[in-house]
Design a protein around this ligand. Structure first.
Ligand code: PLP
Length: 391
């Protein structure tokens, strides 16, 4: 079959760090909770009991998957709410201990914007720098610690370049000084082992739609004994810490999806890693791309390239026309005029940050997909360069 025939009508999704499709078994488990088992988990009757049993089971599953106790898991509307809550809830509830906290420079906007809002409330934030691969500089972070530091926020793995953070080192540092550690594990939980005791963290956020569960669901883990103020005020749901009727089908789906990821993790990790490297090798051989991030210590399915002298938006547009879905960095900021804060923090220039594309592999991708996309990327870059040279 010719390359053109292969290409015709083909669409390949390489944007799993933005979102993933709901797994069929997960969807099947969720469906009854939209209709016949529709009860409110707070209702004192059989319909309510049926719903609360489902939520309790989901909580047990999520807790077991991350090494937590069930009563340390709070369901949220996703990663953003969990991130916002971790920062605001901890700083507000522990203000008598201190008003300072630290975030890494490469955190998701859900953390950085929450940090910005806290600064407007009178809290003080320091930003820990990262190295060229996007790994936080632990010595620099140590230098930022103050007697009034209450919280350190360090994600488990970065969403734009995939770099895994030295969480164990930072955990040890925080423990020595009695400082709370929050880790955004939204990207890590689908493909890497995540356990709240190894390395030990006090808070951890999860999002369902990054791991083949439904959108609009997630969780915040809060270690027993940690004081946290509620973010959503209302009823006494989630043991009085988060008002709002729990999204029962979403919790069921989220928990089922996380369980499947945990069961298939090792195999899927190896498969995604091999697929991504097969793809990266071809792109690096066929273009002059710079690879962003840390190839070894990274999310297995994620790779980011800078194609110097191109416009990332134009690359994405051309790839989309050719049937390839990729991303310019954080999904939430795609199309936004600012270059990626992650790439800038890693030392890339503004022009380079704007010339970067993230590819993220997932469950349904095959070697054929990797080869097809690599060839498409190489041709796209050549065409865009030729067009530019023509003026
Ligand atoms: N944290 C990270 C690292 C993410 O990648 C994302 C989503 O892109 C979020 C938080 C936000 O999660 P959600 O989409 O569930 O609000």
């Amino acid at each position: 079959m010719s390359a053109e025939t292969l290409r015709a009508g083909r669409r390949v999704y390489l944007d799993h760090a933005a979102t993933t499709p709901v797994e069929a078994r997960v969807l099947a488990a969720m469906l009854p909770y939209f209709s016949e088992k529709f009860g409110n988990p707070n209702s004192p009757h059989a319909f309510g009991r049926e719903a609360v049993t489902a939520v309790d089971d989901a909580r047990d599953t999520v807790a077991a998957c991350i090494g937590a106790k069930a009563n340390e898991v709070y369901f949220t509307s996703g990663g953003t709410e969990a991130d916002n809550w971790a920062l605001a809830g901890i700083m507000r509830a522990n203000a008598e201990r201190g008003r300072h906290f630290i975030v890494s420079a490469v955190e998701h906007h859900a953390v950085l914007e929450a940090a910005r809002a806290l600064c407007k409330e009178g809290f003080a934030c320091s930003v820990a720098p990262v190295d060229g691969a996007g790994r936080v500089d632990v010595a620099a972070l140590k230098g930022l610690l103050r007697p009034d530091t209450v919280l350190v926020c360090l994600m488990a793995a970065n969403n734009e370049v995939g770099t895994v953070q030295p969480l164990a080192e930072v955990s040890a540092l925080c423990r020595e000084r009695g400082i709370l550690l929050f880790s955004d594990a939204v990207q890590a939980a689908g493909t890497l082992p995540v356990n709240v005791n190894s390395p030990r963290v006090d808070l951890l956020s999860l999002s369902s739609h990054k791991l083949y569960g439904p959108k609009g669901a997630g969780a915040l883990y809060v270690r027993s004994g940690v004081k946290i103020a509620p973010l959503l005020l209302g009823g006494r749901q989630e043991r009085g810490r988060r008002g709002g009727t729990v999204n029962v089908p979403a919790c069921v789906g989220f928990a089922g999806a996380l369980r499947l990821c945990a069961a298939e993790r090792e195999q899927e990790h190896a498969r995604l890693f091999a697929l991504r490297e097969r793809f990266a090798r071809q792109v690096l051989a066929g273009t002059d791309a710079l690879r962003n991030g840390d190839a070894k210590h990274s999310l297995p399915g994620v790779v980011s390239f800078t194609f110097d002298g191109t416009d990332g938006e134009a690359v994405l547009y051309a790839l989309d026309l050719a049937g390839v879905a990729a991303s310019g960095g954080a999904a939430c900021s795609s199309g936004a005029p600012e270059p990626s804060h992650v790439l800038l923090a890693m030392g890339r220039s503004e022009a380079q940050a704007r010339a970067s594309v993230r590819f993220s592999f997932g469950r349904e991708n095959t070697e054929e997909d990797a080869d097809f996309v690599a060839e498409t990327v190489i041709q796209t870059i050549q065409k865009l360069r030729a067009r530019r040279a023509e003026g």
